[in-house]
Design a protein around this ligand. Structure first.
Ligand code: SF4
Ligand code: SF4
Length: 159
């Protein structure tokens, strides 16, 4: 009874093309919406650490001064939170899965020397501006304190 029930389906399948692809002999086909893996445009990264804080697996690390961003690809679950949180939109989900391997999957990306130099100059300018602002504030406070002090004539009049 059960053979008769499935026989038409089995016969139909004999004449249908296979539903699977012959990977790796044919290229893999990723369904729409497949998450793939994370890639970074490292020169656009500002080292804010938002991605690190949003990652539920603790697989990311960033070193702002060194201009590096690291990911352990075997720990990543491709949830995409880091992509959503990045304020510079320098993280993207790229089609294709992480290649399996026996070694640790940590990969570190480093900014280009040109970008590292630009960052250094920007930091120096920022530090100069901050120092100038502190100096101006101190000067203003000293002038205000001076104006509040009674003059010598006023002090003599009080006596
Ligand atoms: S995709 Fe998810 S698990 Fe992978 S690095 Fe980003 S936040 Fe972490
Ligand atoms: S959130 Fe984006 S800009 Fe910030 S450290 Fe991560 S990758 Fe860099």
């Amino acid at each position: 009874m059960s053979i008769l029930k499935y026989a038409p389906e089995a016969l139909k399948n004999l004449f249908k093309p296979p539903v699977t692809t012959k990977y790796p002999f044919e290229p893999a086909v990723y369904p729409e919406g497949a998450r793939g893996h994370i890639e970074i445009t490292i020169d656009d990264c500002i080292g804010c650490g938002m991605c690190v804080r949003s990652c539920p697996c603790g697989t990311l690390s960033v070193d702002k001064m060194a201009g590096t961003w690291s990911i352990d690809r075997f720990d990543c679950i491709a949830c995409g939170y880091c992509v959503e949180k990045c304020p510079k939109k320098c993280l993207t989900m790229v089609e294709g899965y992480q290649t399996p391997g026996a070694k640790e999957g940590k990969v570190t990306y480093t900014k280009s020397p040109e970008q590292l130099e630009k960052d250094r100059i920007a930091r120096e300018e920022q530090a100069k501006k901050a120092a100038a602002a502190r100096e101006a504030a101190a000067k203003k406070a000293a002038e205000a304190a001076k104006q509040q002090q009674p003059s010598g004539l006023e002090q003599a009049a009080k006596k």
